[in-house]
Structure formats: C-alpha cells, structure tokens
Ligand binder design. Structure first.
Ligand code: ZN
Length: 95
C-alpha cells in the first residue's frame, strides 16, 4: 500500500477527510509540477466516494491574485480555478 493511501486510511479512521492541499513554489506565477499533478490525481481518485474533487493551491512569489494558483482535480482532469471578478468570491473552472 502506498504512503498516500495508508495516510488517507489512518486519517479517515480518525474522522478526518482530505479536501485539498496547498504548498509554495519559488516562481512568480505557480504551475503544478508533474509530481503535483500525480499526487492530486491519486488523492482525488482515493476520495471519489466522499467528494467530487480535490482542491489544490500553490502560492508563488507574486502578489495575489496572480501569485496564487488554485486548481481542482476530479480524478481525471486538473481544472484551473480562475476568479471571474476580484470583488466577489466567484470562481470558474477551466481545463
Ligand atoms: Zn509543487
């Protein structure tokens, strides 16, 4: 059993769910690495019975909003969440 699956089972047994991750990148406008995408996909697939997608945020070195990248992985596709307007909390998803 992989470390991701084992950790998920241990935390789930204690009543916790993994809804997403965040981490930082040393680049102005972050983009997910291949390892990031692989980890997001594995967690999204592992949680498929509990929720539709895994939230994945990366903080870059630029000021927000360009320095913050937010995606949702549905187990197949990593969708980019982009603000529609800065003064409201609405996001849209694009592949
Ligand atoms: Zn990363």
């Amino acid at each position: 059993m992989g470390a991701v699956k084992r950790e998920r089972l241990e935390m789930y047994a204690e009543g916790f769910h993994c809804l997403g991750f965040w981490h930082s990148h040393p680049e102005p406008r972050p983009t997910p690495s291949n390892d990031d995408i692989k980890m997001a996909r594995e967690h999204a697939q592992a949680g498929k019975n509990d929720f539709e997608g895994l939230v994945f945020a990366i903080v870059g070195t630029d000021a927000f909003p360009p320095g913050l990248g937010v995606w949702v992985h549905d187990g197949v596709t990593l969708w980019r969440a982009e603000p529609e307007a800065q003064d409201v909390g609405v996001i849209k998803l694009s592949e």
